[in-house]
Design a binder for this molecule. Structure first.
Ligand SMILES: Nc1ncnc2c1ncn2[C@@H]1O[C@H](COP(=O)(O)OP(=O)(O)O)[C@@H](O)[C@H]1O
Ligand SMILES: [Mg+2]
Length: 264
């Protein structure tokens, strides 16, 4: 059965989609059969996977109950488009609306090792569906003013999902993303996050670099697009596999990391 991980944040532009794409690639390279799910009507993750805009079926049809999730997999991702916003509205009026994605993923969970769900920028019904379908959550936080408060709000939603709908949900970690560690401000944000959330904060910080938007535009994962710049996400992949306690894939991810680390 796949370990399912929701990638979320309290708002847009915190690097969720880039994190989902890069981690999916890192885990695949570590030998895990990985499926990504685009749960944002903007469809950025689908584009990053190089899935054409007219791909069919998508997550919208799956949540509407018209298609099966296994039939909606295109090149390692269940894509999304604006139709997902419509599906979300329709879902709102249904009994068991929070459980729809969880039920839909029952079958793909049997055929994969890991499923990563890229959440939309709001903490609404699609995010709740992702949290209810997941075993773990990763919180992506950008280094900017009040990001600790944002992290707290997202934590509240995770806690609500756990208390009411999914008692097995655990926070895998909080990640500082798109960080310019040369600024005092980013360093201070990291300090505040560590004070507040302790070991839940990943040691890995994803630094700001133009290579990420470039790789997204090219529709190719960072390791493939510019291998030398893949260091931060190679580190994160190792840390995630340590936390998931998967020794085989962890060994392979460590090997990839050693190849990328600058020789001293
Ligand atoms: N580490 C990074 N450094 C610089 N830009 C980044 C980084 N990670 C993501 N980006 C860019 O920031 C924007 C928002 O990132 P994205 O992953 O789409 O966030 P979200 O899914 O939370 O909205 C995109 O243009 C993306 O390419
Ligand atoms: Mg996104």
């Amino acid at each position: 059965m796949a370990i399912t991980i929701a990638i979320l944040s309290q708002k847009g532009g915190t690097g969720k989609t880039t994190l989902t794409r890069s981690l999916a690639d890192g885990l695949t390279r570590a030998g895990l059969n990985t499926l990504a799910i685009d749960s944002d009507p903007q469809g950025n993750l689908s584009e990053y996977f190089g899935v054409p805009a007219e791909a069919y079926p998508t997550l919208g049809e799956v949540l509407a109950g018209r298609e099966k999730a296994v039939d909606a997999i295109h090149d390692g991702v269940i894509p999304a488009n604006l139709g997902l916003a419509e599906a979300e509205l329709m879902l709102a009026g249904k009994i068991g609306r929070e459980l729809t994605l969880r039920s839909a993923l029952r079958e793909p969970k049997r055929h994969h090792d890991v499923i990563l769900i890229d959440c939309p920028p709001t903490l609404g019904l699609l995010t709740v569906n992702a949290l209810v379908a997941s075993d773990r959550a990763i919180l992506s936080t950008e280094a900017e003013h009040f990001s600790e408060q944002g992290a707290e709000q997202a934590m509240e939603v995770i806690n609500l999902a756990r208390e009411n709908l999914n008692p097995d949900l655990e926070l895998l970690g909080i990640m500082l993303n798109i960080a310019d560690m040369r600024t005092r401000h980013a360093r201070r944000t990291l300090e505040l996050l560590r004070e507040e959330f302790g070991d839940l904060v990943f040691d890995t910080v994803i630094r700001r670099s133009i290579v990420y938007p470039e790789s997204a535009r090219a529709g190719r994962p960072i390791y493939e697009f510019n291998r030398r710049k893949a260091l931060d996400y190679a580190r994160l992949t190792v840390e995630v596999l340590e936390r998931l306690d998967l020794p085989g894939p962890l060994g392979r991810a460590r090997k990839t990391l050693r190849e990328l680390e600058p020789k001293s």
